[in-house]
Design a protein around this ligand. Structure first.
Ligand SMILES: [Zn+2]
Length: 515
């Protein structure tokens, strides 16, 4: 069997390859790019090849969201999306409707609840009990680091000590997203349908690869099943929940295991709480309070885990948001690297989010050889409450893309969906303008250019996952993963980046979405 090449032409191909930054044609054989150049030259070189012409459109490498939660959010695609509703009252009404259509005893859920949205009151267990005591109810706040349960849900979770129904951090993760979750888990068929549906939305936004930033053993098996059934059309790099680290390492499964569709990127651990949950671990307290946020993993435990993963040649991706959390993580990393010499991993260890920085922390991150995966769209998505909680001064050193790129730190693009919207073009707008939804500019000194923002969401995301040698650029030998855009992201005013139409999305030479 000999596959035949095809030629893709467009007004402009932004390759992100320094050797040939722009072109008008590329030749694709199977799932790979084999040549980039001028249309006439490639037609001559590949006579008889089919030509797919995209006319005036502009091609860029497929967007890669290096940290989001596809397999978890696939469960909620048909639940109440509070992010689409005006306030908590509207959410409670939607939950009541949902309960009325749900058999008693089955769970009812809402996600992306934002207690600062609109003027509805902050909800409690009592509000959810008024919705229904026939159904266990879980509402997860937009950070996914805390949630509210009604009384039946608390009873099922064995947590009736929580008077207001609030459950936080690891306790919430275990009850909602672990392999022995208390919430109803969908059947394999339903869950795979959910993955396919959320993936379809991602493709419509130009996404061709994702990092799934917390994957359990059961969820990895589910991804494999989705792929076996031909239902996985986005490339997934899985960060395995560190609770499984011993089983995986004993089986020789670590960073790099898998293939271009489903690959283990490393293991995932946590230092602190969340930016959008107002619980990250800070040096200076939250504005107008004495609270410094929370540490969720004892430092000694983190040190043992990092040492174990590092010496096994795998990468650890550690969630650390606040400047105190990042400093404590760096103490651990520097100590272990010092004692273990250069038995480095096959790919960089990562700091996930890495939200509140100082120049000194950036210098230490660079010196330790770490990669970082900051939020791309938080200023746009969460602007006004960030100002109230963190203050304008601190926002000048949050989501510090400018500092990190200037220091040569590998930076990936991330929505952390569902904690902010998944559309990469909206994140490009946020990173270039630093404008919140009400137009306020927060931390203008961390702005990057459109070219840099595009680099972060393509080359950068591939690099932080150890995949930069075959993904993220449109160059010979690279995967034919690309997006067909209605305008050049490097030519439109940065304020218009989010409005660029995504016309088509192609993964491995095959169209997965066409608008
Ligand atoms: Zn996350």
């Amino acid at each position: 069997m000999s596959a035949r090449p095809h030629i893709v032409t467009a007004a402009l191909i932004r390759t992100m390859d320094d050797a040939v930054p722009s072109a008008r044609a590329m030749a694709v054989l199977g799932d790979r790019i084999v040549a980039v150049g001028a249309p006439g030259e490639l037609r001559e070189r590949f006579p008889g090849a089919e030509v797919r012409d995209h006319g005036d459109a502009v091609l860029v490498p497929g967007f890669n969201d290096a940290h989001q939660h596809l397999v978890d959010m696939a469960v909620t695609v048909d639940q109440v999306d509070a992010g689409e509703l005006a306030d908590s009252r509207a959410m409670l009404a939607a939950l009541a409707q949902r309960s009325a259509r749900t058999p008693p005893g089955r769970w009812v859920r809402a996600f992306r609840y934002d207690e600062t949205r609109g003027d509805g009151p902050q909800i409690t267990r009592a509000d959810l009990d008024r919705v229904s005591v026939e159904h266990p109810i879980l509402v997860t706040q937009v950070s996914d680091h805390w949630g509210v349960l009604n009384t039946p849900a608390l009873e099922l979770a064995g947590l009736d000590r929580h008077g207001d129904g609030v459950v936080t951090e690891l306790e919430l993760f275990r009850l909602a997203w672990s392999d022995d979750a208390v919430v109803d888990l969908p059947s394999t068929d339903e869950h795979i349908d959910g993955i396919a549906e959320l993936t379809r939305r991602y493709h419509a936004a130009g996404i061709t690869s994702v990092g799934d930033a917390l994957v359990t053993a059961g969820q990895l098996a589910l991804y494999r099943e989705a792929r076996r059934r031909g239902r996985l059309s986005v490339r997934v790099t899985a960060l395995i929940d560190a609770v499984h680290v011993e089983e995986y390492l004993a089986a020789g499964v670590g960073s790099g295991f898998g293939d271009e569709w489903l690959r283990v990127g490393g293991f995932k651990a946590f230092v602190d709480g969340a930016v959008a949950g107002r619980s990250c671990l800070l040096e200076q307290p939250f504005e107008g309070s004495g609270e410094h946020g929370v540490r969720v993993t004892p430092t000694e435990e983190l040190r043992e885990l990092f040492r174990r993963v590092h010496l096994a040649g795998s990468a650890l991706a550690v969630h650390a948001n606040g400047d105190r959390a990042i400093g404590e993580l760096l103490d651990v990393v520097e100590g272990v690297l010092r004692e273990s010499g250069d038995t480095g991993p096959v790919q960089p260890h990562r700091i996930e989010h890495c939200s509140v920085l100082t120049p000194e922390l950036v210098r230490r991150i660079r010196a330790a050889g770490l990669a970082v995966v900051p939020f791309g769209g938080y200023v746009g998505a969460h602007g006004s409450k960030l100002l109230a909680w963190y203050g304008a001064e601190r926002l000048r050193r949050m989501f510090a893309h400018r500092w990190l790129l200037d220091h040569g730190v590998p930076v990936g693009g991330s929505s952390d969906y569902s904690t902010s919207p998944y559309e990469p073009l909206a994140a490009l707008r946020g990173m270039t303008t630093r404008e919140s939804s009400d137009g306020t500019v927060l931390g203008a000194e961390q702005r990057v250019s459109a070219a840099e923002a595009l680099w972060v969401y393509t080359v950068g995301s591939a690099t932080v996952a150890g995949e930069g040698h075959y993904k993220g650029r449109l160059a010979p030998g690279y995967l034919a993963d690309y997006v067909v855009l209605g305008a050049d992201p490097l030519a439109v005013p940065v304020g218009d980046l989010a409005d660029i139409p995504v016309l088509r999305t192609v993964v491995g030479g095959t169209e997965v979405w066409g608008g």
